[in-house]
Design a protein around this ligand. Sequence first.
Ligand SMILES: NC(=O)c1ccc[n+]([C@@H]2O[C@H](COP(=O)([O-])OP(=O)(O)OC[C@H]3O[C@@H](n4cnc5c(N)ncnc54)[C@H](OP(=O)(O)O)[C@@H]3O)[C@@H](O)[C@H]2O)c1
Length: 347
Amino acid sequence: MSQIEVGILGATGAVGQQFIALLAEHPWFRVKWLGASQRSEGKSYQDAAAWRLRVPLPDDVARLSVDAATPGRAPKLVFSGLDSSVAGEIEGAFAQAGHFIISNSKNYRMEADVPLLVPEINADHLALLDVQAASRGWKGRIVTNPNCSTVVLSMALAPLRPFGLKSVMITTLQAISGAGYPGVASWDILGNVIPFIDGEEHKIETETRKILGCYGDKRVEPHPVTLSATTTRVAVQDGHTESISVALANRPPADAIIDAFNAFKGKPQQLGLPSAPAQPVVYMTERNRPQPALDVERSHGMAVTVGRLRPCALFDYKFIALGHNTIRGAAGAAILNAELMHREGLL
Ligand SMILES: NC(=O)c1ccc[n+]([C@@H]2O[C@H](COP(=O)([O-])OP(=O)(O)OC[C@H]3O[C@@H](n4cnc5c(N)ncnc54)[C@H](OP(=O)(O)O)[C@@H]3O)[C@@H](O)[C@H]2O)c1
């Protein structure tokens, strides 16, 4: 089978590196182009990037020269891990020039004509691409994936929709890799918890409602659930842990909730997409799980693990969820989006 050439914008960053690692053995996609800032432009990738992953940097990518983040020389399909301060302008220019951008950045996520995609939950939101074509006049398109803590929360909540999801309170314990590289200073994070991540609570509260919402009449109607989020940064390398309380209109028994978590599946599983975890949400029965040190790599970092389901005196139930922030929360999510678009004939 011939491979599809892809580019990576923001290739030198934490998310960009994860793209390179995940695409190294990909059956459909082959990395042919890398873009980053003027700091990296013209250097070989191995000289431009401070490689931070445990897997080796693939030789063919190490030798690629990093290009300017301008459209023209990149393949049609481009994954983006650009810093959000520049992503809006650069991704828009690429889409206008005919590229299909699969973005990790916040800039376009809440635009009414841009899919905020989690393929297990809302594959039908890709219908927004026709709306986007009509409204923007771009030759290309932009599809986004959610903020890294929002993906984990959305995956944990989607199986609960049939029980009448009313309200959610969430506190996150987020890994340092979520802040990019070099990210949070070691003096600030070692032996510490930082109870503030700029803009994160608003993203969780708004993006989740769009992801869980219904597509119809050329728009997404947000899910009516009420959310309240508190976000913290902790001294964990990879994996966002979330303490979640939910109020459910139907007050189901705990067994029914656990069954719903474990049975949850979507289009990626139906289609057998290469990056799809066989079981996207896994309930762990051990009383002290999930833990980032033990569970974050589940299904190559693409599964969300949940556990500790118990009654809540204020809401109905509370539980813990965990997901890999740079894989399921970023690069892996974007690759799964592109796989779905390819199989649906949208690329
Ligand atoms: N880390 C996560 O877990 C995570 C999860 C979900 C979403 N995100 C989002 O993904 C994006 C990337 O995050 P990250 O953690 O990978 O950040 P990062 O490590 O700081 O990397 C940022 C990337 O953007 C490039 N860049 C910066 N300024 C540029 C410019 N003026 N022109 C072109 N390229 C420029 C950098 O290139 P140089 O190396 O050349 O400076 C680098 O490749 C952000 O929007 C972030 O919010 C991150």
